[in-house]
Design a protein around this ligand. Structure first.
Ligand SMILES: CC(=O)SCCNC(=O)CCNC(=O)[C@H](O)C(C)(C)COP(=O)(O)OP(=O)(O)OC[C@H]1O[C@@H](n2cnc3c(N)ncnc32)[C@H](O)[C@@H]1OP(=O)(O)O
Length: 206
């Protein structure tokens, strides 16, 4: 029996749980601060809140934080790790990850995603369905690459940034920290920290 605790009974959490089952985790419980009002997330039980998870951590072989907010996901990951929890990493069997890529703990890689050689994915990132991260990329902590987004070779993405669904990033581009790249954008030049960009080519929205 491999017991996994997932913090965050969200839609994203359902995909995390489904992916975890495909990776051989066979006992999955959710925790969410909406408990006890929220008791289930699809077929999986919600059994407590963050405080409950902190108390019950030794009963689990691993934990994942399935919270969409990059900032909160990172905060909770670090809190649970500091409390002695074992951070799991999930790579869906239908994802293709180079043996020469470095995937840090707490990251989830969903079905259809491709990660190529010499790429480094740091702690707590989400590589969502069918995205691709090509060779020599560096993806910071708690980054989210949305479904179908494409990163060319040598792209750097700073901590807590979010690349929207279907966006494309030109090779060797550096995107700062806490950046939001809009759905369908084409990023063709470097982006500073703390901005939102969108469009083709991507321009600053705010
Ligand atoms: C499995 C999953 O579901 S994973 C989740 C995947 N989801 C995503 O990737 C979402 C990405 N988010 C977006 O693209 C959002 O539209 C954002 C973050 C860029 C902007 O969101 P908001 O701040 O709410 O902006 P809002 O919708 O009010 O739009 C503001 C303006 O920007 C424009 N705009 C918004 N998004 C985009 C975009 N992706 N590309 C071009 N223009 C855009 C709007 O048309 C609007 O223009 P207007 O002022 O001329 O009418």
């Amino acid at each position: 029996m491999r017991r996994l605790a997932i913090l965050g009974a969200s839609g994203h959490g359902k995909v995390v749980a489904d992916t975890a089952e495909c990776c051989g985790w066979n006992s999955i419980n959710f925790f969410d601060d909406a408990w006890p009002e929220v008791q289930v997330n699809d077929v999986w039980p919600v059994v407590g809140n963050t405080t409950g998870l902190l108390e019950q951590l030794p009963q689990y072989d691993g934990f994942i934080v399935a919270i969409g907010s990059n900032r909160i996901r990172l905060e909770k990951l670090l809190q649970l790790r500091a409390a002695g929890g074992r951070m799991a990493t999930l790579v869906h069997p239908a994802a293709t990850v180079s043996r020469y890529a470095n995937i840090e703990e707490g990251t989830v890689i969903f079905a259809g995603a491709v990660v190529n050689a010499s790429t480094h994915i740091k702690l707590g990132s989400i590589l969502n369905t069918a995205c691709s991260v090509d060779h020599d990329c560096v993806i910071g902590r708690a980054v989210h690459i949305s479904p179908g987004a494409r990163l060319a070779g040598g792209v750097h993405i700073g901590d807590e940034s979010w690349v929207g669904i279907g966006a494309s990033v030109r090779q060797l581009v550096a995107i700062g920290q806490r950046v939001m790249v809009g759905a369908g954008a084409a990023v063709v030049g470097d982006i500073p920290d703390d901005v939102m960009v969108a469009g083709v080519p991507a321009k600053r929205l705010r």
